[in-house]
Design a protein around this ligand. Structure first.
Ligand code: TYD
Length: 221
């Protein structure tokens, strides 16, 4: 039996981390073999790339869009080769917090051309795709307020990551691109409304995930 890859996507503050924790608890309670990971930074070397990508550099220099996307793909290539593909081959349910669609949404919104996005995807992924992608969809104004409240609660006056400080217009473009991907690939990608309370979001996510797991041959109670 081979495993499955489920990716969870969405703008910052859409509640991904909370929902992924809940999913981990649920899969464990069901006795299902799951592996959880994230991008960027799902491997030891990838964590170094994550730092390079997200921490503001002391010099004030920032990555140009082409350099940035190559680093995201370097992280992804390593993640695929050393963690994701082996775990799927071992029959695991692999759940990844952000994957390819984040690149299409964020780097596309940063101005990388569709042609470059397509060519890099082809190079690193070939025709490999997640079995199911869930996009936690919400209006960025609300999600960014959550991020600001979280940072405030932590007593942080600096930006949590480089991307958290981007403009509302940028995040609206990111959201629009996730929605567009869902329209283009309705069999793989589902939008889940993320603004309601976490219990309802969890129920909506499970309603998408459980049939997928059953189809893949997992015994889901
Ligand atoms: P992270 O702290 O993991 O944020 P979140 O909790 O919202 O997932 O930061 C990841 C950031 O990197 C996030 O702003 C999205 C961005 N990103 C890209 O721009 N392209 C990508 O391919 C990936 C995987 C992430």
């Amino acid at each position: 039996m081979t495993g499955v890859l489920i990716t969870i996507e969405g703008v910052e503050g859409s509640g991904k981390s909370t929902q992924i924790r809940r999913l981990a608890t649920r899969l464990e309670a069901c006795g299902l073999p799951a592996v959880f990971s994230k991008e960027p930074g799902g491997t030891a070397l990838g964590k170094e790339l994550r730092f390079l990508l997200l921490a503001p550099h002391g010099s004030g220099e920032s990555w140009c869009p082409e350099a940035e996307i190559l680093l995201f793909y370097a992280d992804r290539a390593q993640h695929l080769a050393t963690l994701i593909r082996p775990a799927i081959a071992a029959g695991k349910i692999v759940v990844v917090d952000r994957f390819e669609d984040s690149t299409r949404a964020y780097q596309g919104a940063s101005g990388v051309s569709e042609d470059t996005l397509r060519r890099l995807r082809e190079l690193v992924l070939g025709d490999f795709r997640p079995d199911l992608t869930l996009v936690l969809d919400m209006e960025p104004e609300a999600s960014l307020r959550r991020v600001a409240a979280r940072n405030g609660a932590l007593g942080e006056t600096f930006r949590e990551t480089r991307f958290d400080g981007e403009t509302l217009a940028f995040h609206r473009r990111v959201r629009g691109r996730f929605q567009e991907i869902a329209r283009q690939e309705p069999d793989r990608v589902r939008l889940v409304a993320a603004e309601s309370d976490p219990d309802r979001v969890e129920t909506a996510l499970w309603a998408e995930i459980s049939p997928q797991l059953r189809r893949a041959g997992f015994r889901v109670p």
